[in-house]
Design a protein around this ligand. Sequence first.
Ligand code: URA
Ligand code: SF4
Length: 221
Amino acid sequence: MAKSAGDASEFLPARRTIPTLRKAVQGCRGCELWKDATQAVFGEGAKGAELMLVGEQPGDREDIEGEPFVGPAGKLLDRALEEAGIDLGDAYLTNAVKHFKWRARGKRRLHQTPRAGEVEACKPWLEAEIVAIAPRALVALGATATRSVLGPGAKVTRDRGRLLEDGPAPITMVTVHPSAVLRAGEDRELAFAALVEDLAVVSAALEGVRGKHGTTGSRAT
Ligand code: URA
Ligand code: SF4
């Protein structure tokens, strides 16, 4: 395997606001993934967002439109957030990896899971977003985001839905990726309900710190 350039760190601007980062990411050559992508897709959302949601990487639609979570997985995520009582206006959506990794099958571009080295290479962008937004709550969606945000110690299957200690935000959770719900077949409704339930725990915890209800929910252990 050819060794990549290293990582994204040398491409980050000195002054790291969301707008300066978003501009600079288009020039990133921290791994090979930029080569086959249309553009880098940076995070989007409210300036003072209290919740950050981290996905894996842009998909086919996101790569074309230049915005995260605008395809089918994003639509499902929007519905789940709404059902969990979370206002999209309070959220910032981003990905662990900023360029779409894919392989061709006929005319279609099939998603490929980024390798651990690519996730690692891209991490400086995500870290800078977390510093710039300083969200009260952060949710990692799926295994790739979980690895990037919490390291190899956290596992979606084991840890999903609980508020975790020592995450990058005061309220940190891991849950499934919305694409996994889309792929759940017959179990799709159950999988969707479970995602909503996890997000509702985060919503309740956020309300708790806002002081609306005084304390966080009983599951916030
Ligand atoms: N899946 C992701 O993980 N992120 C997106 O932006 C879209 C689909
Ligand atoms: Fe840089 Fe991340 Fe794109 Fe790789 S995937 S080139 S590290 S922005």
